[in-house]
Every structure is written in structure tokens, then in C-alpha cells.
Design a protein around this ligand. Structure first.
Ligand code: SF4
Length: 238
């Protein structure tokens, strides 16, 4: 453990980075907490913000902000959200002028991959898709023992192969790669090897219909209270 301060925006009560002020006013950062990244790394923040001076980066960020804006509507009852992420995806891809979309999907979500392909094709996109088992590489290739096979030691199991997925989509020069339901760790490798713009439609959660926040929302309830238990308590409960 060190006493050095590190950014902890998740614990910030001030949130002076997003002040409720008029458009002509300037945020005052004096009240930012000591762990605020704007205090700890002012030069880094300036340098990072200057990236938006690059025309392509600026335009991409502008389109993303417009997409964000279009997800809300102001009504007499207040602000309302309008569209699900899948529609955001098609709208944003259209805004960017993308034609050729790549999908890296988990074979366990093959039906969802077919449905997503239908949706994207109906909006005029070409869809290239690669399953996580592409490569048909046995798990032994990365040191998995037969007794560590999910369906049993007697059965062949293909490795989830996010590097193949990424390299195929790189080679196909898709305009945008979409991750659909990759597992933890496999998604990390996909992101590491993917060299085209990439977004996520859904991540794998085998218990909550691929909605990991459902368990988080229940973490203060008896149902998933173990998530909030200290590690030793949780281990004792297991
Ligand atoms: S950037 Fe600073 S003010 Fe904003 S949430 Fe993080 S710590 Fe708080």
C-alpha cells in the first residue's frame, strides 16, 4: 500500500467536472477533491483533450455526442430516453457512414447473432460474422486439461478464440467490429488484437440474460448480497 493519491471519481461527491451552470460560465475546479484526476494530472488532461484537435477524432467524437443527444427527448413530464442500444448502434454506424460491420460473437449466442445480422442487414449493412470457436483449436493448445473441459473430460472442446475473431475482422477491413456476448478474458483478448473501430452490444452473463448490472442492482439485497460481503465473509459463505 502507498499513500499516493490516485483518481477515484467513483467516490466523488462534488462532481465539479459536470457542473449545473450556464453555458457562458466556466466550471470552478477549486472544490474538486484531492483525488480528482484533474488535480492529479492537469497536463495529462490537457494533452488528452488536445487529441480532439485531430479532425478525424473530433468528427468521430462529435457524431458520438450527437448520437447521445438523440437518445433523449424533452417532454412535459421531463427528460425521457428513447431508443435501445441496438438502435443506437444502427444509427451511429449510419452517421459514421459505415457500410461493412463485423460481428465477433459467442457461439452460445448463435441465435442472437442471427437475429442481430437480420436487423443490421435490414438497415442496409453488410455483416461479416465470426464465431468464438473459429479455428477449431483444441483447448489443450493453451494447456487446458481434459478434466477442465466444461462438458466432461471425454469430449473435444474447441478453444474460445478471440484472437482469430479479431484477426479475421481486421483482415476483412470491417468499418466497425461489434462484440456480442464474449466471455470475460476472451473479450479482453479480442480488444487487445482488434485493430478496427470496435464497440460492444452485449457482454456475457450466463445468469442474468447477459445483463451484468442486474446482479449489481441486487447487490444490496439478500439475493446477491454476497457481492457486497467482504472477501473473507464471502468465502465463509461459500
Ligand atoms: S473528475 Fe474530479 S470532480 Fe469529476 S467526478 Fe472525478 S473526482 Fe469528482
Amino acid at each position: 500500500m502507498t499513500d499516493a493519491l490516485h483518481p477515484m471519481c467513483a467516490k466523488c461527491a462534488k462532481v465539479v467536472c459536470s457542473p449545473a451552470i450556464g453555458i457562458d460560465e466556466a466550471p470552478t475546479l477549486d472544490e474538486a477533491p484531492s483525488f480528482c484526476p484533474m488535480r492529479l494530472f492537469p497536463e495529462l488532461v490537457d494533452r488528452a483533450v488536445s487529441e480532439y484537435d485531430k479532425p478525424a477524432v473530433k468528427e468521430f467524437a462529435r457524431l458520438a455526442s450527437i448520437q447521445e443527444f438523440e437518445c433523449y427527448e424533452r417532454t412535459d413530464e421531463g427528460m425521457r430516453t428513447k431508443i435501445p442500444r441496438i438502435e443506437e448502434l444502427t444509427q451511429f454506424a449510419s452517421k459514421c457512414g459505415y457500410k461493412r460491420l463485423g460481428m465477433a460473437f459467442c457461439l452460445g449466442l448463435r441465435k442472437e447473432a442471427q437475429m442481430l445480422t437480420d436487423v443490421l442487414e435490414s438497415k442496409g449493412f453488410e455483416v461479416i460474422s465470426v464465431s468464438c470457436k473459429a479455428g477449431a483449436t483444441p483447448k489443450q493448445r493453451i494447456g487446458i486439461k481434459p478434466e477442465q473441459h466444461i462438458v466432461g473430460p471425454e469430449t473435444w472442446e474447441s478453444l474460445c478464440n478471440p484472437i482469430v475473431q479479431a484477426e479475421v475482422l481486421n483482415s476483412e477491413q470491417v468499418d466497425l467490429a461489434i462484440m456480442l456476448g464474449l466471455c470475460i478474458g476472451h473479450d479482453t483478448l479480442f480488444i487487445k488484437y482488434c485493430r478496427v473501430p470496435m464497440t460492444v452490444l452485449a457482454v456475457k452473463d450466463r445468469v442474468t440474460g447477459h445483463n451484468p448490472l442486474a446482479a449489481l442492482y441486487l447487490s444490496k439485497s439478500p439475493y446477491y448480497g454476497r457481492l457486497s460481503a467482504k472477501r473473507s465473509e464471502a468465502q465463509g459463505a461459500n
